[in-house]
Design a protein around this ligand. Structure first.
Ligand code: PMP
Length: 415
C-alpha cells in the first residue's frame, strides 16, 4: 500500500479533527499584542490560554532587550553547536545565573524543552536501567521514555503507594542487570494543575536507591517563595537530582535548561544528542532570557499579581459550584460533563457570544463524557476579567445543564 495513502486514511488522533475544526479549535489565530484581550477572527476576546504566567511576553523592558539583542547580534549568531563553534560568554553567563537562581551547582541550556528532555532521558539511561514515571507526564517525557531500550514502569498519577511497588520491582531488576533507576515526575502537571508529590517521592530514598528528574515547566517562575519552582515550594529543591524547565511558560520565550550537580551536568553536555548535533540557541534568545530571569528574580510583585488573579479565579469558581479538581497551582481546569458535540457547541458559544477564549480539552485526552475548559491565569489579567469570566461560565454551565448545547447544534462534530 502507498504509505501516504495509508496515513491519510487514518489522519492520526488529532488530524481527524482537521476538516471541521481547523482555524477554529485547531490552529486558531490570536492576533494583536500579547495581552488578556486579543483578536480572534476579527473580534476582541478575553484570552485565558497563554502560559504568560507573570506577564513577561509583552513586558516593555523585555521587548526592548529582545529588539536590541536582535539588532546587535542578528539571529544567526553564534553558528554551530555549542560543543563545536557555538559557545559564548552569554550562554555561560545565563547558565551560571540560572544555576544560582534554582540552587543547583551547574546548569546546561537546551534549545527546546520537548527535544531537550527527550534527548536527556535518552542520554541518562541504557538497557540495564529502569525508568519509573508518572502517568500524567507530558508528551515530551513519554516520548523520551519511548527511546529507552530497558524496562519502564508507569505509576498512576501521584500514587505514591504504586510508585513504591514499582520501585521495589525496579530494584530487583537493577540488582540483576547492574543498572540504576530514574524516577520522572512533573513539578506542576499542566492539565490537572496538581503539584507532583516531590516531598513524598524524595522520602522514598530511605528505602530505595534512585535518581529523580523533575520537569517543572509550569512551576518555574510561578511556585516557591522566590519563584524558583516546585522544589522550593515543597522545600526539597536540594533533593531533586535533575531540575528541568522550559523557557516557554513563565519566561515567555524559547529554550530550556536542566540543573544538577556539576559532574552529571558535565556528563549531559557531552551526551545529550539534541544539543551536540544541533545549532546553539541564538544570541537574542540568550540575552532575552537573561533579562527575563532578572525580572523574574527582582520583581516579586509580578508573581504576587499572578497569585491574586489565581486566587480570585479559583475561589470564584468554587464559590459558584464549579468543579476545578484538585489544582493547587495556577493551572485552573474547569470540569464539566457532556459529549464531544456539546463541548464544541459550548466552546463556540463562549467564544462567539461571551468573547472568552480558552482551551477545550475533550476525549481522547480526557475520558468520554468529560469536558475540561483549561484556564491559564496571568499577572496581566484583572479582577474585572475574572468576574466577567465567572459570569460567562455560570451562563454556559446553565445552558449545558438545560441541554441547550445538545439541541443547539452550532457546529456538527463527530463523537
Ligand atoms: N514539559 C512540559 C511539562 C511542557 O508543558 C512543555 C510544553 N511547553 C514542554 C516540556 C516542552 O517545552 P518546549 O515548548 O520548550 O519544547
Amino acid at each position: 500500500m502507498d504509505l501516504f495513502k495509508k496515513l491519510l486514511l487514518d489522519r492520526g488522533p488529532l488530524g481527524r479533527h482537521q476538516k471541521v475544526e481547523e482555524g477554529y479549535f485547531m490552529f486558531p489565530k490570536l492576533e494583536g499584542e500579547i495581552a488578556p484581550r486579543m483578536k480572534f477572527r476579527g473580534r476582541e476576546v478575553l484570552t485565558w490560554s497563554l502560559n504568560n504566567y507573570i506577564g513577561l511576553a509583552n513586558h516593555p523592558e523585555v521587548r526592548e532587550v529582545d529588539a536590541q539583542a536582535a539588532k546587535e547580534w542578528g539571529l544567526g549568531y553564534p553558528m554551530g553547536a555549542r560543543m563545536m563553534s557555538g559557545n559564548t560568554v552569554y550562554h555561560e553567563k545565563l547558565e551560571e545565573e540560572l544555576a544560582s537562581f534554582v540552587k543547583k551547582e551547574s546548569v546546561m541550556l537546551l534549545n527546546f524543552g520537548y527535544q531537550g528532555i527527550c534527548s536527556m532521558i535518552d542520554a541518562l539511561v541504557d538497557r540495564k536501567d529502569v525508568i519509573v514515571y508518572d502517568a500524567e507526564s507530558h508528551a515530551s517525557i513519554v516520548d523520551g521514555v519511548r527511546l529507552h531500550m530497558g524496562k519502564r514502569f508507569v505509576y498512576p498519577h501521584n500514587d505514591i503507594e504504586a510508585l513504591k511497588k514499582f520501585l521495589a520491582r525496579a530494584t530487583k531488576i537493577t540488582e540483576e542487570t547492574g543498572g540504576g533507576i530514574l524516577v520522572i515526575t512533573e513539578g506542576v502537571f499542566g492539565m490537572s494543575g496538581n503539584m507532583g508529590k516531590l516531598k513524598e517521592i524524595v522520602e522514598l530514598r530511605k528505602d530505595f536507591e534512585f535518581r529523580l528528574l523533575v520537569d517543572d515547566a509550569h512551576g518555574f517562575g510561578t511556585m516557591g517563595k522566590t519563584g524558583a519552582g516546585t522544589g522550593e515550594e515543597q522545600g526539597v529543591q536540594d533533593e531533586i537530582d535533575l531540575y528541568f524547565s522550559t523557557f516557554a511558560k513563565a519566561m515567555a520565550s524559547l529554550g530550556a535548561f536542566v540543573g544538577g550537580n556539576k559532574d552529571v551536568i558535565d556528563y549531559l553536555r557531552y551526551n545529550v544528542r539534541s544539543q551536540i548535533f544541533a545549532k546553539s540557541l541564538p544570541m537574542p534568545l540568550v540575552i532575552g532570557a537573561l533579562k527575563r530571569l532578572e525580572l523574574l528574580r527582582t520583581r516579586p510583585e509580578l508573581r504576587e499579581k499572578l497569585w491574586t488573579i489565581v486566587r480570585a479565579l479559583q475561589d470564584g469558581f468554587r464559590a459558584n459550584g464549579f468543579d476545578i479538581g484538585t489544582t493547587n497551582t495556577a493551572v485552573t481546569p474547569v470540569m464539566l460533563n457532556g459529549t464531544v458535540g456539546e463541548a464544541a457547541n459550548l466552546a463556540m458559544d463562549l467564544r462567539e457570544n461571551y468573547n472568552i477564549f480558552c482551551s477545550v480539552v475533550i476525549y481522547p485526552v480526557v475520558p468520554k463524557g468529560t469536558i475540561i475548559l483549561r484556564i491559564i491565569p496571568t499577572a496581566t489579567h484583572s479582577l474585572a476579567d475574572v468576574e466577567e469570566t465567572i459570569a460567562a461560565f455560570n451562563a454556559i454551565k446553565k445552558k449545558l445543564d438545560d441541554g441547550y448545547y445538545r439541541e443547539q447544534h452550532l457546529v456538527e462534530f463527530s463523537e
